[in-house]
Design a binder for this molecule. Structure first.
Ligand code: CA2
Length: 148
Protein backbone atom coordinates (compact mmCIF):
# COMPACT_ATOMS: atom_id res chain seq x y z
CA UNK A 1 0.00 0.00 0.00
CA UNK A 2 1.04 3.59 -0.54
CA UNK A 3 -1.07 5.00 2.29
CA UNK A 4 2.09 6.29 4.00
CA UNK A 5 3.05 8.34 0.95
CA UNK A 6 2.31 12.01 0.27
CA UNK A 7 2.61 13.25 -3.31
CA UNK A 8 3.86 16.84 -3.45
CA UNK A 9 3.01 18.13 -6.92
CA UNK A 10 4.13 21.43 -8.41
CA UNK A 11 2.89 23.21 -11.50
CA UNK A 12 4.24 25.68 -14.01
CA UNK A 13 7.22 27.94 -13.40
CA UNK A 14 7.83 26.66 -9.89
CA UNK A 15 11.11 25.19 -11.19
CA UNK A 16 12.27 28.84 -11.34
CA UNK A 17 11.85 29.43 -7.61
CA UNK A 18 14.81 31.12 -6.00
CA UNK A 19 16.20 32.28 -9.34
CA UNK A 20 13.64 34.92 -10.44
CA UNK A 21 11.27 37.38 -8.69
CA UNK A 22 12.70 36.90 -5.16
CA UNK A 23 10.58 39.84 -4.01
CA UNK A 24 7.41 37.83 -4.61
CA UNK A 25 8.50 34.22 -4.16
CA UNK A 26 11.60 34.46 -1.97
CA UNK A 27 15.03 32.91 -2.44
CA UNK A 28 14.20 29.33 -1.52
CA UNK A 29 14.59 26.93 -4.45
CA UNK A 30 12.26 24.08 -5.29
CA UNK A 31 15.05 21.68 -4.26
CA UNK A 32 15.07 23.40 -0.85
CA UNK A 33 11.29 22.93 -0.61
CA UNK A 34 11.67 19.26 -1.51
CA UNK A 35 14.14 18.85 1.37
CA UNK A 36 11.74 20.65 3.75
CA UNK A 37 8.92 18.35 2.65
CA UNK A 38 11.00 15.18 3.10
CA UNK A 39 12.03 16.27 6.61
CA UNK A 40 8.46 17.22 7.56
CA UNK A 41 7.07 13.95 6.21
CA UNK A 42 9.71 11.90 8.03
CA UNK A 43 8.62 13.39 11.37
CA UNK A 44 5.18 11.93 10.66
CA UNK A 45 6.55 8.58 9.42
CA UNK A 46 5.59 9.42 5.86
CA UNK A 47 7.40 9.19 2.52
CA UNK A 48 7.27 11.80 -0.25
CA UNK A 49 6.93 11.64 -4.02
CA UNK A 50 8.01 15.12 -5.16
CA UNK A 51 7.36 16.26 -8.73
CA UNK A 52 7.18 19.41 -10.87
CA UNK A 53 5.90 19.94 -14.39
CA UNK A 54 5.15 22.90 -16.63
CA UNK A 55 2.47 20.95 -18.53
CA UNK A 56 -1.19 20.78 -17.52
CA UNK A 57 -1.82 17.28 -18.90
CA UNK A 58 1.27 15.96 -17.12
CA UNK A 59 -0.05 17.38 -13.85
CA UNK A 60 -3.34 15.56 -14.54
CA UNK A 61 -1.34 12.32 -14.98
CA UNK A 62 0.59 12.97 -11.77
CA UNK A 63 -2.68 13.41 -9.85
CA UNK A 64 -3.97 10.13 -11.29
CA UNK A 65 -0.72 8.43 -10.28
CA UNK A 66 -1.32 9.45 -6.66
CA UNK A 67 -4.36 7.17 -6.34
CA UNK A 68 -4.01 5.08 -3.17
CA UNK A 69 -1.70 7.61 -1.50
CA UNK A 70 -2.40 9.22 1.85
CA UNK A 71 -2.78 12.56 0.15
CA UNK A 72 -1.59 15.18 -2.28
CA UNK A 73 -0.05 18.55 -1.49
CA UNK A 74 -0.66 20.52 -4.68
CA UNK A 75 0.73 23.85 -5.77
CA UNK A 76 -0.77 24.02 -9.23
CA UNK A 77 0.66 27.50 -9.82
CA UNK A 78 -1.29 29.52 -12.36
CA UNK A 79 -3.35 26.45 -13.38
CA UNK A 80 -5.10 26.93 -10.03
CA UNK A 81 -6.94 29.84 -11.58
CA UNK A 82 -7.67 28.32 -15.00
CA UNK A 83 -7.93 24.55 -14.99
CA UNK A 84 -11.17 22.58 -15.00
CA UNK A 85 -9.06 19.56 -16.03
CA UNK A 86 -7.11 19.65 -12.77
CA UNK A 87 -10.30 20.07 -10.76
CA UNK A 88 -11.79 17.01 -12.47
CA UNK A 89 -8.58 15.02 -11.91
CA UNK A 90 -8.63 15.76 -8.18
CA UNK A 91 -12.26 14.71 -7.98
CA UNK A 92 -11.62 11.54 -9.98
CA UNK A 93 -8.51 10.51 -8.05
CA UNK A 94 -10.38 10.54 -4.76
CA UNK A 95 -7.20 11.40 -2.83
CA UNK A 96 -7.38 14.06 -0.09
CA UNK A 97 -5.69 17.09 -1.65
CA UNK A 98 -4.35 20.13 0.15
CA UNK A 99 -4.09 23.13 -2.18
CA UNK A 100 -1.05 25.18 -1.20
CA UNK A 101 0.42 28.47 -2.31
CA UNK A 102 3.61 30.22 -1.32
CA UNK A 103 2.06 33.67 -1.58
CA UNK A 104 -1.16 34.97 -0.06
CA UNK A 105 -3.13 34.88 -3.28
CA UNK A 106 -5.91 36.97 -1.67
CA UNK A 107 -3.48 39.84 -1.14
CA UNK A 108 -2.60 39.84 -4.84
CA UNK A 109 -4.39 40.51 -8.15
CA UNK A 110 -8.13 39.74 -8.32
CA UNK A 111 -7.61 36.97 -10.90
CA UNK A 112 -5.68 35.00 -8.25
CA UNK A 113 -8.62 35.12 -5.82
CA UNK A 114 -10.54 32.42 -7.66
CA UNK A 115 -9.42 28.81 -7.59
CA UNK A 116 -11.03 26.05 -9.64
CA UNK A 117 -9.41 23.58 -7.22
CA UNK A 118 -10.51 24.80 -3.78
CA UNK A 119 -14.04 23.32 -3.97
CA UNK A 120 -12.64 19.80 -4.42
CA UNK A 121 -9.64 20.26 -2.10
CA UNK A 122 -9.59 18.88 1.44
CA UNK A 123 -8.32 22.31 2.47
CA UNK A 124 -6.29 25.29 1.37
CA UNK A 125 -3.11 26.85 2.83
CA UNK A 126 -1.58 30.00 1.39
CA UNK A 127 0.73 32.83 2.30
CA UNK A 128 3.33 31.07 4.45
CA UNK A 129 6.07 30.72 1.85
CA UNK A 130 7.73 27.28 1.83
CA UNK A 131 6.07 26.56 5.20
CA UNK A 132 2.75 26.29 3.32
CA UNK A 133 4.01 22.91 2.08
CA UNK A 134 5.11 21.80 5.56
CA UNK A 135 1.71 22.80 6.95
CA UNK A 136 0.01 20.89 4.14
CA UNK A 137 1.89 17.71 5.04
CA UNK A 138 1.07 18.22 8.73
CA UNK A 139 -2.61 18.66 7.86
CA UNK A 140 -2.69 15.38 5.92
CA UNK A 141 -0.86 13.58 8.76
CA UNK A 142 -3.24 15.01 11.37
CA UNK A 143 -6.35 14.00 9.44
CA UNK A 144 -5.22 10.59 8.11
CA UNK A 145 -7.74 7.83 8.74
CA UNK A 146 -5.70 6.19 11.54
CA UNK A 147 -4.76 9.46 13.29
CA UNK A 148 -5.73 9.73 16.96
O1 CA2 B 1 1.86 31.57 -4.53
C1 CA2 B 1 1.91 30.51 -5.17
O2 CA2 B 1 2.43 29.48 -4.76
C2 CA2 B 1 1.32 30.49 -6.59
O3 CA2 B 1 0.73 29.21 -6.81
C3 CA2 B 1 2.47 30.71 -7.53
C4 CA2 B 1 2.06 30.82 -8.99
C5 CA2 B 1 0.94 31.85 -9.16
O4 CA2 B 1 0.48 31.85 -10.50
C6 CA2 B 1 -0.23 31.56 -8.22
O5 CA2 B 1 -1.19 32.59 -8.39
C7 CA2 B 1 0.23 31.54 -6.79
C8 CA2 B 1 3.22 31.24 -9.86
C9 CA2 B 1 4.44 30.37 -9.74
C10 CA2 B 1 5.53 31.00 -10.52
O6 CA2 B 1 6.74 30.85 -9.82
C11 CA2 B 1 7.77 31.65 -10.18
C12 CA2 B 1 8.92 31.49 -9.48
C13 CA2 B 1 10.00 32.29 -9.78
C14 CA2 B 1 9.92 33.23 -10.78
C15 CA2 B 1 8.74 33.38 -11.48
C16 CA2 B 1 7.66 32.58 -11.18
Amino acid sequence: MSDHVVHVLNGPNLNLLGTREPGVYGTTTLADIEALCRNAAATHGLDVVFRQTNHEGELVEQIHAARGALGIVLNAGAYTHTSVALRDAIGAAGVPTVEVHLSNVFAREAFRHHSYLSPVARGVICGFGPQSYVLGIAALAATRPDAA
